[in-house]
Design a protein around this ligand. Structure first.
Ligand SMILES: [Zn+2]
Length: 365
């Protein structure tokens, strides 16, 4: 973030427990409190103190590069992540360790969740939405899962995503069947209702503040009960998934999103060696792709310079990565759904892996 400190004013107190963190800052008083120097440019950083809660902070507190040693890295990583590079490939390209890339992608994912949630606060009602389960797996093919995704049919805006772990199905050799038994004994079997539950979470979010909506989907058996259980008048239009998948197919917008996810994310390419190791990390990457799809990428590659977010009236121009990463968003100032709160706090556990790192950092958000 390029902050001219002379005329610059902090937008709110960064302390979530201060009364000037959320809400009106009309009577907020703070004072300038010297400078500190650092290695990256700009080297001199202005410090402040909140006169209500005494928290000290700086211009950096409001930057997406807060607590980072290499402030330029995030923009590069963002574009490489949606440009189908795997974490280790990115690490080699920007010359840092793979672990650094993992941390940066997780943080970018969290930033994108907040940015998307803020955009959605102002979103005009969507009348027709198409949903689908994007099938992929974590750790190994014994652990398939769905990213349940929803797209606004009129604008191509990628509305929301949740996930549902699945039981491995389809053709298996005798050895594979036996291995599945062993693994299920060890780690338990996924909830057979997981798709319905994940889709209910998805639908609850997209039907918020709405009384009627049209939902298009394929004939997955979990969709009907999921739709019946939500508190909204839904017209459900089912399309056979074997129908030819061109632009005239009613599911076209979500088929296109599936293609973009496979095209843009190394982890979801067919026959890849970069498959996701954790559902949690896959959700973070998907959130980055979601923001890129909605505000940076044109709706049609060869069409007018318009993004889905512009068509939805949420932004007035195509945004750049710099725009997306311009301001730090505070978790405590943005409302997230229960599912995304879990994503934000890194609470999604891959049972077969012993170590699942939570997000418990206080300052490095
Ligand atoms: Zn304060």
């Amino acid at each position: 973030m390029n902050i001219e400190t002379s005329g610059w004013h902090p937008p709110h107190c960064p302390n979530p427990n201060c009364k000037y963190h959320n809400g009106s800052t009309d009577s907020w008083c703070y004072k300038r409190k010297g400078w500190y120097t650092r290695l990256a440019r700009p080297r001199r950083i202005q410090r402040f103190t909140c006169l209500h809660c005494n928290r000290t902070f700086s211009t950096q507190t409001y930057s997406t590069t807060y607590w980072q040693r290499l402030p330029k890295l995030d923009m590069q990583i963002f574009m490489m992540t949606v440009g189908c590079m795997a974490n280790r490939q990115i690490a080699r390209a920007v010359d840092v360790s793979p672990e650094t890339i993992n941390r940066h992608i997780a943080r970018l994912g969290r930033h994108c969740m907040l940015l998307h949630a803020k955009l959605m606060e102002r979103a005009i009602a969507h009348s027709t939405v198409v949903i689908d389960g994007f099938e992929t797996f974590e750790l190994s093919q014994y652990y398939p899962f769905h990213h349940n995704v929803a797209v606004d049919v009129d604008t191509g805006f990628f509305l929301y995503h949740t996930d549902s772990p699945l039981r491995r199905k389809g053709r298996m050799t005798d050895f594979q069947k036996q291995r599945r038994e062993e693994l299920e004994k060890l780690n338990g079997r996924p909830d057979p209702q997981a798709v319905r539950k994940g889709v209910v979470n998805l639908l609850e979010e997209i039907t918020k503040r709405r009384s009627t909506i049209a939902i298009r989907s394929d004939e997955h058996p979990a969709y009907r009960p999921a739709i019946r259980s939500i508190d909204c008048d839904v017209r459900h239009e089912v399309t056979n998934s074997k129908d030819h998948r061109d632009k005239r197919n009613p599911l076209w917008e979500v088929n296109l999103l599936d293609l973009l996810i496979r095209h843009g994310t190394a982890a979801h390419k067919r026959e890849t060696i970069a498959w996701p190791k954790r559902r949690q990390a896959s959700a973070e990457r998907l959130s980055i792709l979601q923001v890129w799809r909605n505000v940076i990428k044109r709706r049609w590659e060869k069409g007018a310079p318009e993004s889905p977010a512009m068509l939805k009236g949420l932004v007035s121009r195509l945004l750049s990565v710099e725009d997306v990463l311009e301001k730090r968003l505070f978790r405590t100032r943005v409302e997230l759904s229960e599912v995304w709160e879990r994503y934000y706090d890194r609470m999604v556990v891959t049972t077969a892996l012993g170590v699942n790192r939570r997000h418990e950092l206080t300052y490095a958000y």
